[in-house]
Design a binder for this molecule. Structure first.
Ligand code: RP5
Length: 154
């Protein structure tokens, strides 16, 4: 097994079903990834350590799914200069609108890319990660371009 390039992080095990959509896309494109459950409010030290060590562990892009107040993507982004792609979970009473606003409304200075709510966002997070990684990794660029060209027939 090669070195993971994408770190998929979610705030709770209850996010796993939605985040599986991102994992499935990464797997289909042959992009090595690791999966972690880290809560920005329940395990803040773990969030800090994960983000601070991600680059030295070979991670190049972080995908972070979180629901409700959804501070995980922003907290991870605060501890690393790797790109962080946030996915708002469709959880809680507001069904992800809260998480969407939380993730998309990062104050100027620390960017977080924000995808759509739920599994569409999780899939797009993986495709965006492929686009970013494709700038450097020829094999990933080719896998992503193959996927895009197959869309022409749909
Ligand atoms: C966030 O709060 C998680 O990302 C999850 O979407 C939401 C609810 O978490 P649980 O109470 O189900 O663990 O931290």
């Amino acid at each position: 097994m090669s070195q993971p390039l994408v770190g998929v992080v979610m705030g709770s095990k209850t996010d796993a079903e939605i985040m599986q959509s991102a994992i499935d896309v990464l797997t289909a494109m042959g992009i090595e990834h690791e999966v972690s459950i880290i809560s920005a409010h329940r395990t803040p030290d773990k969030a800090k350590q994960y983000a601070q060590t991600a680059r030295e562990r070979g991670i190049e892009v972080i995908i972070a799914g979180a629901g409700m107040a959804a501070h995980l993507p922003g907290v991870l982004a605060s501890w690393t200069t790797l790109p962080v792609i946030g996915v708002p979970m469709a959880s809680g009473e507001l069904k992800g609108v809260d998480a969407l606003y939380s993730i998309v409304q990062m104050p100027a200075g620390i960017p977080v890319a924000c995808m759509a709510i739920g599994s569409a966002g999780a899939k797009n997070a993986a495709y965006l990660a492929a686009e970013i990684l494709g700038l450097k990794h020829e094999k990933i660029r080719r896998a992503y371009e193959k996927y895009r060209s197959e869309l022409q027939g749909t």
